[in-house]
Design a protein around this ligand. Structure first.
Ligand code: NDP
Length: 497
């Protein structure tokens, strides 16, 4: 992308075309009931476009199309090397349309254009490419049985997958599901969050352009209670793969139990403890990581380091170092390439975040920086970096997932105390620890209950590593070759010899 293109985001945004209908059976269609909902820009509060509000009739059509495509074998029985080529083209088309997709993502959910263009879109393409490249290198097994038989252990696609995704990384979360689900031969019905449907709708068309047969990927924008629930309860959906809140994750378990026992994979919330031991080296660098760990993407990140556990001997010094990043992280226009913190996704969510800030104040935490809505004159939903010190583990802001730019600093006495506080949560997605002592690092790694532990780093990421949590952060893993397992079933075939 040229520098000229990069700096001219507003101009390009004005010329964008929005895909705003459902994508079913390879083409855009209005919702059967003719309903639409407003797709609102969080940066201004203005309506960008009206999007089809899919309901159960649309979900039925999408699932029928996905089922028909699956049973026809046009994709599910295609040779893996041919699926690979289609998905590689799909990844390339995402890159070819990176400017348009980055703009759609930023306009739709308020994240800075510097992040959507340098992180969300390239990593989405990389994810699709990774599974494309992997799929013709995965072998089935022959069991070590006696000589009078041959037992094959085969992996087969599940069938129709419903992917229900959130608004914080709309395209990337969709691709974490689409990559392994499509590579293994499944058909997919994707429901983007109602706050952020635009990139999902656009890439469905790119997938078909890449050669994905009609019906293999359908997109049904709409509300969780209608479209999401219809997918969760559908008798012909084989699996729901979900990212979002723990509360809604539990609904999907219920829907499954009350319908066809479809498989469910859940990547839910977190309350990541970010532990700084007194022996940690280079507090300045760690403060930068701690600030990035909570304020990146406006704090709307499931593994945001929202609980800063600092040893009592360095707590004031360290919290001051983190707070020093607040001025450069003041929220700005998401389309300005220098902006590092954008708008929160919607008014309701901003009010929820401000409600938690009020709760922090009223429960006795000390507000160090931030705490009030800013840029109100724009009509957008902006909350600045907000840090509370002297937080105790029982306070609401130490326990509940805020999903905004709010950091709760909690002092601890020693490693045991830190691990006890870290594990005192319903969540177990991520955790981080800074120490120079290798024994401390290994002890903590064994005892902290989390799916991902960062030692002397934060939020390191690569498509090759599994992502997902313990406890009520869910189960099943996105990313890496492990994700292929959840979109397939094992079949054992005995052949008598
Ligand atoms: P939700 O869990 O409410 O939404 C995630 C997805 O589920 C969306 O597509 C949503 O649709 C859908 N959904 C919502 N309600 C239902 C339902 N009753 N039945 C079926 N599907 C449903 O997350 P939110 O977007 O509202 O965010 C709220 C909180 O969730 C955040 O504050 C954060 O705590 C957590 N979250 C965690 C994420 C993570 O990555 N782990 C990502 C996003 C949120 P729709 O939005 O259209 O209603």
């Amino acid at each position: 992308m040229s520098a000229a293109l990069k700096t001219d985001w507003h101009d390009q945004a004005r010329r964008l075309d929005y895909r705003n209908q459902a994508f079913i059976d390879g083409r855009y269609v209005p919702a059967a009931g003719g309903k639409t909902f407003d797709c609102v820009s969080p940066a201004t509060g203005q309506v960008l476009t009206k999007v089809a509000a899919c309901e159960s009739e649309d979900v039925d059509r999408a699932v029928a199309s996905a089922r028909k495509a699956f049973e026809s074998g046009v994709w599910s029985r295609m040779a893996p090397r041919d699926r690979k080529r289609v998905l590689q083209r799909f990844a390339q088309l995402i890159l070819d349309h990176a400017t348009e997709l980055a703009l759609l993502e930023t306009l739709d959910m308020g994240k800075p254009i510097r992040d959507s263009s340098s992180i969300d879109i390239p990593l989405s393409a990389r994810c699709i490419a990774y599974y494309a490249e992997a799929i013709d290198k995965v072998y089935d097994q022959v069991a070590p049985t006696a000589d009078n038989a041959l037992a094959l252990v085969l992996r087969e696609p599940l069938g129709v997958i419903a992917a229900v995704v959130p608004w914080n990384f709309p395209l990337m979360m969709a691709c974490w599901k689409l990559g392994p689900a499509l590579a293994t031969g499944n058909s997919v019905v994707l429901k983007p969050a109602e706050q952020s449907p635009l990139t999902a709708l656009r890439v469905a068309e790119l997938a078909v352009e890449a050669g994905l047969p009609a019906g293999v990927l359908n997109v049904v924008p709409g509300f969780g209670e209608t479209a999401g629930q219809a997918l969760g309860r559908h008798m012909d959906v084989d699996m729901v793969t979900f990212t979002g809140s723990t509360e809604v994750g539990k609904y999907f378990m219920k829907y499954s139990g009350e319908s066809n026992l479809k498989r469910v994979s859940l990547e839910c919330g977190g309350k990541t403890p970010h532990i700084v031991m007194p022996d940690a080296e280079n507090l300045d660098r760690i403060a930068a990581e701690a600030a990035g760990g909570i304020f990146f993407n406006q704090g709307e990140v499931c593994n945001a380091g929202s609980r800063l556990l600092v040893h009592e001997s360095i707590k004031d010094e360290f919290v001051a170092k983190v707070a020093a990043y607040a001025p450069e992280l003041q929220p700005g226009d998401p389309l300005d390439p220098t902006t590092k913190l954008g708008a929160l996704v919607e008014r309701r969510h901003m009010e929820r975040v401000l409600g938690y800030i009020d709760r922090g104040r009223s429960e006795g935490a000390r507000l160090v920086v931030g705490g009030e809505r800013v840029r109100q004159e724009t009509g957008g939903y902006y909350v600045p970096p907000t840090i509370f010190a002297d937080v105790t583990p029982g306070m609401t802001i130490a326990r509940e997932e805020i999903f905004g730019p709010v950091l709760s600093a909690i002092p601890f006495k020693d490693l045991d105390d830190a691990i006890r506080i870290a594990n005192d949560s319903i969540y177990g997605l991520g955790a981080a620890l800074w120490t120079r002592d290798i024994t401390t690092a290994h002890r903590a790694a064994r005892r902290i209950r989390a799916g991902i532990l960062y030692v002397n780093t934060y939020d390191s990421d690569d498509i090759t590593t599994p992502f997902g949590g313990f406890k009520q952060s869910g189960f099943g893993r996105d990313k890496s070759l492990h994700a292929l397992d959840k979109y397939t079933d094992l079949k054992t075939v005995w052949i008598g010899l």
